[in-house]
Design a protein around this ligand. Sequence first.
Ligand code: NAP
Length: 274
Amino acid sequence: MRILITGATGTVGRNVIEQLRALDPGVELRALSRNPDAALPEGVELAVGDLAAPETLAEAFKGVDAAHFINFAGDQYAPLPDAGAVVALAEAAGVRRATVLGGRAEGDLEQALAASGVETTFLHPVEFMSNTLMWWAAAVKAEGAIREPFGDRVSAMVHPADIGAVAAKVLLDGGYDGRSLVITGPEAVTVQEKVRLLGEAIGRELAFVELTVEEAHAKWRGEGMGDDMIAFLTEALGNTPEEGKTVAPTVEQVTGRKARGFAEWAAEHAEAFR
Ligand SMILES: NC(=O)c1ccc[n+]([C@@H]2O[C@H](COP(=O)([O-])OP(=O)(O)OC[C@H]3O[C@@H](n4cnc5c(N)ncnc54)[C@H](OP(=O)(O)O)[C@@H]3O)[C@@H](O)[C@H]2O)c1
């Protein structure tokens, strides 16, 4: 079996590759990247192509049985300009099974796959534990303090390895055609509890300083964040949907093993916060 992984150099894609390898060391893996020099795990074949330019994808889909898709193009996560053409190419090349990583909004890719003959499973992870690297590592190193709004906000955040594990199982074995799978961690944790767990993992007591929404906006603007991102974050953090704070049994149901908790993620990444 040959599987194409898009977004392969990103957080989720790297984990899809790792988990596919763990489940089936014999599976043939091909990774799509726009970068001809992309660094990939040993034995993973590189296909250079751009999801925003379907004409670059013919070679990537050749001989592929199953594909893991992202639904965006470019570093600002813009929707794919011609998702229909991407799916048509995949189907014509013989791809018969797909997983799709859900983003902020469903788009044409999901619709095109649903309307195609490709057996498709839609993956909907909640907040990634790994966002902590981007949001907190610099502040923890510099001052041992986290400054954020909404301190009692609760999140059922997920370990990216578990997103990879669900995708890998579905890509290899199928069984979830047409299903949407919400993927969460094993517990719903407040921000303050998350700060405590991270402090334990790195062996340093961390302070949490709760900001007002206005203070948070000023901080984020000062860090160069654009208005769209600020609006998205304010909504996502201040008004987290039920799905984002409710533990779902998906990881255990699909993979047969318990979801990884934040303490485990923090222990694995402790060095990045020291
Ligand atoms: N962070 C969260 O908490 C969270 C929660 C739920 C859902 N999500 C969703 O997860 C997705 C992001 O996944 P991620 O964090 O794994 O991504 P990421 O680490 O930001 O990496 C982006 C990946 O997309 C690839 N890519 C970008 N534009 C491309 C194009 N035009 N053609 C081909 N490949 C392209 C990049 O490949 P190259 O650069 O190698 O070409 C790279 O592998 C978004 O849809 C987001 O909404 C995130």
